[in-house]
Design a protein around this ligand. Sequence first.
Ligand SMILES: [Zn+2]
Length: 353
Amino acid sequence: MKGYGMFNVGNHGWLEKEKPTAGPLDAILRPIAVAPCSSDTHVMHGGAGPKENRILGHEAVAQVVEVGNLVRKFKAGDTVVVPCCTPDWDEVSLQKKGSNNAHDSELMKSFKLVSSMDGVFAEYFKINHADANLVLLPEGVSVDAALMSVDMMSTGFYGVEMADVQFGDTVVVFGIGPVGLMAVAGARLRGAGRIIAIGTRPNCVELAKEYGATDIVSYKEGDIVEQILAMEGKVDCVIIAGGNAGSMNQALSITKPNGTIANVNFYDATESFQIPVLLWGLGMSDIKIRGGFCPGGAYRIEKMLSLIKNDRVHPEKLLNYKFEGFDKIKDAFILMDEKPRDLIKPVVHINWD
Ligand SMILES: [Zn+2]
């Protein structure tokens, strides 16, 4: 079978691979919609992850082709939403606290697509622990909206959960790419008062306002810390969904004592934080700094889909470049890599008939 991925660092194209086979708990799926992500291009350029011969892609809605003999909830022909994180739910260290990072210190263990197995840009792909990870596409939820729930919405909302946004809180969101935009939408759903989004790209600014941003701050109009302190003073919560390691000091500069900084940005391994202790209140500020990525599995995605089905959020608005056909995965991936200024998120629809 064919799949789009990396031959080695920096080189991408169509790979030929054996069709995956299902173990007792697995499902074999065919994608009907996929969305390339900056994490895919990051891996291809040699960021954290595999270095060769890997099919990329971790955001998909798919059709079930085959299930293992212990899978109870799904059968061939079902249309399913595939979380980007698929924990091995029988692994005890993943049950201990959160499902993402194994407690025998294996970082991001549940992010298996791309990281430890072939991804979704393939004619067929495998999902482990199908019953605990997959969700039937609910009636009344579009494929596009479901596709945006598996990573963009789940990750953006996790930023809001980590930031512990409360009614009336003032929240700053760094970065209004697709994850930051979902963090804005999530902050509004959690009852934030003022939501200040930091970004410049016109279509993202427009969507940020639609999702609930009350104010937009642009670095083009001066130092963002000074702008925020002038308009609001310090804030309750900061969600970092873009920028670089330097964003942490900006976040600390605008966070109230007892406030929370939640990071969902994936840093480059070569970066480092250099935090003047005064920014963290000499260690006495009670400012919490958290970082993580979206929880995986069916339960999580069911919650995201419930918000969509009940008209609370419309993540499909992120998809502003649309492609038709399996072969177009290549074009969509290259687009993601080149990131034109107006790109928010691309989608490829695939009809196998
Ligand atoms: Zn992604």
